[in-house]
Design a protein around this ligand. Structure first.
Ligand code: FES
Length: 129
């Protein structure tokens, strides 16, 4: 018999807070007692979330809090040296990330709200500046 596993949902933000290619929502997660910055954005493929850590160096991506998209609002860009990432999968799409993508987090959108549903992480704060 298969175990009944209920995925816990951690509230992040309202759906209205995320526009396609617009400002992302920063939050903080915890795993094994270690806190890490993270963010959620909306692209044409829907909402997606990642740890806020560049594949090039251990630095946050946003050039100004919440600004993750490049000028075309198609790819995510790291402010430090310009690494580019697919906003749906976090895959490296160019620049110094050299094939190292972002670490994705599971999210879902339900009833006008966005939740983290990643069983490996819990939300410490759902709004960090
Ligand atoms: S630290 Fe992100 S591109 Fe270098």
């Amino acid at each position: 018999m298969e175990a009944d596993r209920t995925v816990q949902q951690h509230f992040l933000c309202r759906s209205d807070d995320l526009n396609v290619g617009g400002t992302g929502w920063r939050f903080e997660v915890q795993k094994d007692g270690e806190k890490q910055p993270a963010f959620v954005v909306r692209s044409t493929a829907g909402v997606s979330a990642f740890l806020n850590r560049c594949g090039h160096r251990d630095l946050e991506l946003d050039w100004s809090p919440g600004e993750f998209f490049d000028l075309d609002a198609r790819l995510l860009i790291c402010a430090t040296h310009g690494a580019l990432y697919d906003p749906q999968t976090g895959a490296c799409k160019g620049g110094p990330c050299n094939g190292v993508g972002l670490h994705p987090l599971s999210v879902t959108e339900e009833g006008g709200l966005v939740y983290l549903t990643d069983e490996n992480y819990s939300v410490v704060s759902n709004e960090i500046a």
